[in-house]
Design a protein around this ligand. Sequence first.
Ligand SMILES: [Zn+2]
Ligand SMILES: [Zn+2]
Ligand SMILES: [Zn+2]
Length: 867
Amino acid sequence: MEERYHPESVEPKWQEYWNKNQLFKVETDPSKEKYYLLEMFPYPSGKIHIGHVRNYTIGDVVVRYKRMKGFNVIHPMGWDAFGMPAENAAIDNNTHPAAWTYDNISAMREQLKKMGFSYDWDREIATCRPEYYRWEQWLFLKMLEKGMAYRKESYVNWCEKCQTVLANEQVEQDKCWRCSQVVQQKKLWQWFFKITDYAEDLLVYCDKLPGWPEKVTRMQQNWIGRSVGSALKFQIDGKDEDIEVFTTRPDTVFGATFMCLAPEHPLVESLSKETDQEKEVIEFVKKVSSQERSAEGIEKYEKEGVFTGAYCINPATKEKIPVFTANFVLMEYGTGAIMSVPAGDQRDFDFARKYDLEIRVVVQPEGEALDGKTMGDAFTGDGLMVNSGEFNGLDNKAAMETITDWLEKEGRGKKAISYRLRDWGVSRQRYWGTPIPVIHCPDCGVVGVPESDLPIKLPEDAALLEKGGSPLPTLDYFAKATCPKCNRVDAKRDTDTMDTFVESSWYYLRYCSPRYDKGMFKPEDVQYWAPVDQYIGGVEHAVLHLLYSRYFMRVLNTLGMIDFKEPFTRLLTQGMVCKETMTCPEHGYLYPEEAVNDDQGNLTCTRCSNDVELGRVIKMSKSKKNVVDPNELLEKYGADVTRLFSLFAAPPERDLEWSEDGVEGSHRFVNRVWRLSIDCMEKIKDTTPYSGSASSLSSSEAKKLYIKANQTIKKVTDDIDKSFHFNTAISAVMELVNALYTFDLESEDDELRQVILFSLENILLLLSPILPHFCEELFERMGKKGSVLEQSWPEYRKDSLESDESLVVVQVNGKLRSKFSIGADSSEQFIKEAALSDKKIKNYIGDKSIRKVIVIRKKQTLVNIVI
Ligand SMILES: [Zn+2]
Ligand SMILES: [Zn+2]
Ligand SMILES: [Zn+2]
């Protein structure tokens, strides 16, 4: 008898079996109910990390469960393969990004296979392959045609280290999301996707995603940032041009004594041109461009500004007011222009005092007179209108609408809604990405390449530039082009590539028909498989990938290519994998193997023998050295124990704290089930698993076990199906295993042996999504044919979930004195008599007289005897 589970032989055996029998391959089959489960695809960095293991294990368990439930389940895997790390690694290692990427993909594919994940590898995609990005270029051309993609010169977020532009979503607290360099503002020609066309729809549907975590939809709502107010026009003095502002306080327009533009505002340059202020303005704009430009970032700098040399006309007072550019105004908010009302806004107030600008009170508290010359702070509260012409004396809140209506009649304003969301800038000045399929012609301007020329292939023989810039503009054979419209031969190809988030915005549709060569996807396949039923990934994508994907589905919907708008019906954002950190006073963060216990049991540094300090439990990261390599776990414990631990340690949405003890515990449990199963196979022969109802069993022991087994099936099914709480599901199975360990398998009667067999077979079925290799092996040893995957998920008997015995609790004068079990259908009179004749109760009562006996029947029965 084998005492232990041997993953090193069992796991490869079953991986080969699954592969040979193509058990994970699926086809479109409208006669079956489909289920699409997807984990966010990885960047091919070369190694899977523990976060991947957790994410993919969660998905794999659900996939295997749904399959046993009879669904036609699609579970694909691929590679988010474009992006900068490939370029950087290529420069560092003197290789090519393509070679580096494809090598990494091979290595990671092998690691994933070793984990036993049930991917349909026939559907594998890599976004850096021309067969994939060809269709992204095709969509770009469609978007160009419909005005959904456009080009403009504007200030954009620039990362000097990465030598590229970043989308707003990729700037985190003023820093590059990838390298943490502080982001600058740079003026460039850029391609944009008009995501703002869908701002309202994206926002409204945030409330129609019941399968999404609320924190994610709330982050998207905040990011889209809708506010209601008025759009007002201030005419530029001496010009037939307006400065548009958005304000939530139209009631204060009479108090707008100057205008402030963001330094990135397109008018700043033109207004100051050829004025005395021109030089000063240029210097100021340059200075601000290297400051942090976000709502939090601007707070770090002193509020300052420069007069542009121009004036505009306040539409309410018709007075000339000066136009400034100021560092606290952001292009991100409203229109990038602010009508400054110093009496009603503290920041404007400080600015006005600093530059000696007029402060005119327009709202003041009832019964109090404020004076702009002497007041110490702005008054931001509600009150009555003053210095506001015909609106004087009105309540300021009522005046908001009245003033907007009045300005609308004057042609100077209207009610408006403003969003924080900005169009998605998708041009990247990098090499390793999808080429933008347009040509710039001196005569025709921007011309999309003809569809028949697609894909515009990325030259894979380009030598990368040392500084990290793109070599594409220097490659004549790529950059020089003939205009498709007028045939001019000196036209130029766009040498920017697309943001890698474009690839990940639609890859889940490509999986439905990954080799289709007549379009982005085969309509029948997407019709059947999409949308994704369950998506699993990290919360860090809340406003990046998850918002872009929702946008892309709206684009395809508008183009008539799909009939839905939301890509992911349910979303699970799994928690992080955390571990304690260790530091040495001399060597900083240490790897686990760099700290050992010395003779006295103190943890010391292996390099200097200093005492090691245990730090906080935080997310695993290479820089903190608190990492565990999944390969080492695989080597030591095998895939199934690794899978079990990553599910058992915490529910999926919570952070998981890694512990060696926890892994050891999982290892012990697996072997406990192994021994139990082998023992059963040897000792319980010539009998069949019990299949009747609990009430037909004669012994109370068999009854109890049978009920427990049925309860376990129900608990595990509910935990997986309703909440993905695999940890409590596993606990329930552990309890049943413990219960089985109390029997002496050889000497029990046949009825009990039948129930034990029933319990064991179901334990293996219930554990099979979690421990797939292990359960296949035992299932086979028990003489079953085929794969566990082809079995149906266990059903519990509704009539065998509860014992037909009910507990009776007996109190005497409110104090618990005895307990016993009784048939659930006993009459009240029978229970009373049983309570009074109970030995313990008889002792308590003695010869005292009984005044009252109360019987309360709920799930258990309470008898209260009053003496
Ligand atoms: Zn960067
Ligand atoms: Zn042309
Ligand atoms: Zn040290």
